[in-house]
Design a protein around this ligand. Structure first.
Ligand code: DAH
Length: 339
């Protein structure tokens, strides 16, 4: 009988199984209530005394071997199932990954900064909460200047000197105070005006300011720079500069781009003229240079400013500026861009 049990031990050790059911059948066969081991344990009392010791050792050996085998086979099975979970069917299509999208304002802002960085402009920033000097006074808008009314300002209640910037021109001043010419910088950012909210205007919006200061910078340099920009951004190569007024530039102009009159939409958005206004610009007023410790005898330059929402609305034909701030996913998901 002892040899028979040893034969079982050899069987157990060489046993292999691939499925849960096979392992369970194996466990029942050896370790189950009516299994082989229990049969031998019941037999124990009939074994002659002098053989009891050896008999006991071999059935214990068989028991341990069977238990270990079950544990090992179960582990192996689990591991192979885990691997299947990850690498199982290599021809399966990948899990669908939802890719987020950039906000249209960010896309357009990035496009504008990219275009200007290609011709040597860096990017600068300033605070959204400004003081009167940087937002108004240094820009040639002294106290009681009527042009201050053009931009309804949000003041910080406790201090009449502190306000939410009404334009990114404030960054011009900061940049000139801290950097010597030659200067080539653009300053994108958020601005604030106390205006009624409608499809066309909002109390929060975004601008990009541009500033170029060096020796002998002319109005022609400004025009060519802006023309390059409109070609790059809109693919339109005809612009016109209409005389205008800004306190911080002299002379000042408004830039129109020729959009064309090919479609009905062109007629509508250009009001039948084919022209669209896209930004304000001008030669930096000598007073502004002086306010920022730059000698207007030695240096000259130009500046320009544009609204990002307005440009995004033109590029994407968005009818209502409020769409930008409502975070409606159905709107936002339409914008996919690498920029
Ligand atoms: N700051 C002006 C605005 O908010 C835009 C502007 C016009 C900026 C002319 C300029 C400029 O730098 O030269 O409407």
């Amino acid at each position: 009988m002892i040899d028979k049990i040893k034969g079982h031990v050899a069987d157990v050790e060489s046993f292999n199984a691939k499925t849960k059911d096979e392992i369970e059948a194996f466990r029942i066969k050896y370790l189950g209530k009516k299994g082989i081991l229990n049969e031998y344990f019941a037999e124990f009392k009939n074994v002659p005394n002098e053989q009891k010791k050896e008999f006991g050792q071999v059935i214990n050996e068989l028991k341990t071997a069977a238990q270990e085998k079950v544990t090992i086979l179960k582990e192996e099975l689990e591991n192979s199932q885990e691997e299947k979970g990850v690498y199982g069917d290599l021809s399966r299509p990948g899990e669908p990954v939802e890719i987020g999208s950039r906000h249209p304002i960010s896309i357009v802002k990035n496009q504008i900064t990219e275009i200007f960085s290609n011709i040597g402009f860096n990017v600068s920033e300033g605070p959204e909460m400004e003081d009167d000097w940087h937002n108004f006074t240094a820009l040639n808008l002294p106290e009681y200047h009527p042009a201050r009314d053009m931009q309804d300002t949000f003041f910080i209640q406790t201090d009449p000197d502190i306000l939410l910037r009404t334009h990114t021109s404030s960054v011009q001043v900061r940049y000139m105070e801290e950097n010597k010419p030659p200067i080539r910088t653009i300053s994108p950012g958020r601005v604030f005006r106390n205006e009624a909210i409608s499809a066309r205007s909002h109390c929060i919006f975004h601008q990009v300011e541009g500033l170029y200061i060096d020796k002998d910078v002319s109005f022609a340099d400004m025009k060519q720079t802006i023309l390059y920009f409109t070609k790059q951004l809109f693919g339109k190569s005809k612009i016109r500069l209409r005389p205008s007024y800004f306190p911080f530039t002299e002379p000042s102009a408004e830039v129109d781009v020729y959009w064309g009159l090919e479609t009905e939409t062109d007629y509508r958005i250009t009001k039948g003229t084919g022209w669209l206004e896209i930004m304000g610009c001008g030669m930096v007023d000598p007073n502004v240079l002086r306010n920022c410790n730059i000698d207007p005898q030695e240096y000259s330059g130009f500046a320009f400013g544009m609204g990002i929402e307005r440009i995004a609305m033109l590029l994407y034909q968005i009818e209502d500026i409020r769409m930008f701030y409502e975070n409606d996913l159905r709107f936002l998901e339409q914008f996919k861009s690498a920029l």
